[in-house]
Design a protein around this ligand. Structure first.
Ligand SMILES: [Zn+2]
Length: 347
């Protein structure tokens, strides 16, 4: 290794010393689908998480269409059950409910898992169940995925055409109850009308755990410059998604990912941007040909970035940020500091 390469590697080591925070990962659903196996966390996930020096993961409960509506609650509980069982089997992880838990887990070198929920289908229309999930450790909730549910409408994978209406009365109650309980309201996926409505109801710093800038990929699922500014005005944070960088495969690159970081930074400053990788190529690879076709029909232009496709690639991102001229202080905020500020403030 040349001297300069060595010094870059040790600079990345330094920047990764605290451990990276990725606030969106579809971990529980995969553990649930593999519930017949033991030690899935240790075998399938730990090596990549360690290679990327990941310190905190937002582990998202997500219910696939085939389980809706009847099985949503059961599958959500099953996902949480597998997460607890797996963490018991592997002492490298800790399920955390607040900032102190996270700091303690990190001090002893464990990877902190924060349970999140992507789409409130498991609640049905029963607000009391929100309290149950809170007691189980859920600390961040996004109301919808791409689809419509009892709380509201998800932004679609097209430049326009999602329902004009925002939240339902139930959706507004969920948002208010989340703030009262101390659950973060995640604006990822919600349609533009719902986005504004949530901001009008809430008072705390808003987050969008995993999204991209519409100026590079113009679909309602991503967020516009106006929306980015709304988050910035309230000192919120936006996590950049790795799978929705561009509608074209050629532009879905590591540089493209950094373009999104730069764009958000230009609009609202370095304190407003972080990572929400949303790696799911590992799930995609497990699907049958027909499941993949169904996926592509629904989400037209999802492209995985070859050198940013799983957590072991996190060092590639940091190397790219260095190459693109970000300072150490800025990189630490993107990889770690901004999410940690939010978690400290909101949990
Ligand atoms: Zn998502």
């Amino acid at each position: 290794m040349a001297v300069s390469e060595k010094s870059i590697e040790s600079r990345i080591d330094r920047l990764h010393a605290h451990g990276l925070v990725d606030l969106h990962f579809d971990l529980p659903m995969d553990l649930y689908e593999k519930r017949g196996r033991q030690d899935v966390l240790e075998t399938d996930f730990l090596p990549e998480l360690e290679a990327g020096q990941i310190g905190v993961i937002g582990a998202a409960i997500y219910i696939e269409d085939r389980y809706l509506p009847e099985m949503a609650l059961r599958v959500a509980l099953g996902q949480i059950a597998r997460l607890f069982a797996e963490v018991q089997q592997c002492d490298r992880f800790a399920i955390c409910e607040n900032y102190t838990d996270i700091v303690r887990a990190r001090q002893v070198g464990k990877i902190a898992l924060l349970i999140t929920m992507e789409g409130v289908e498991p609640l049905g229309t029963d607000l009391d169940l929100l309290r149950v999930f809170y007691e189980l450790g859920v600390r961040s909730i996004g109301l919808t995925h791409v689809r419509r549910n009892a709380a509201g409408n998800g932004g679609i994978f097209a430049a326009s055409g999602s329902p004009r209406d925002g939240l339902t009365a139930f959706g507004r109650e969920v948002v208010r109850e989340c703030e009262a309980l101390g659950v973060i309201v995640d604006l990822a996926h919600i349609n533009p009308a719902g986005f504004e409505e949530i901001l009008a109801i809430t008072t705390k710093a808003p987050i969008v755990s995993h999204t991209n800038a519409r100026c590079y990929y113009d679909v309602e699922r991503n967020i516009s410059d106006e929306q980015i500014k709304m988050i910035g005005e309230r000192r919120g944070v936006i996590g950049i998604n790795s799978a929705l960088i561009s509608s074209g495969q050629k532009e879905a690159t590591l540089d493209g990912y950094v373009d999104h970081i730069e764009h958000v930074t230009n609009l609202i400053g370095i304190d407003g941007v972080a990572i929400g990788f949303d790696f799911f190529e590992f799930i995609y690879r497990q699907w049958s040909e027909s499941e993949r076709e169904e996926f592509h029909a629904k989400f037209t232009n999802v492209h995985f970035v070859p050198d940013l496709a799983n957590h072991s690639h996190a060092r590639n991102l940091t190397r790219k940020l260095i190459e693109r001229g970000f300072s150490d202080e800025e990189i630490e905020k993107i990889l770690f500091g901004n999410w940690m500020r939010i978690l400290k403030e909101l949990l």
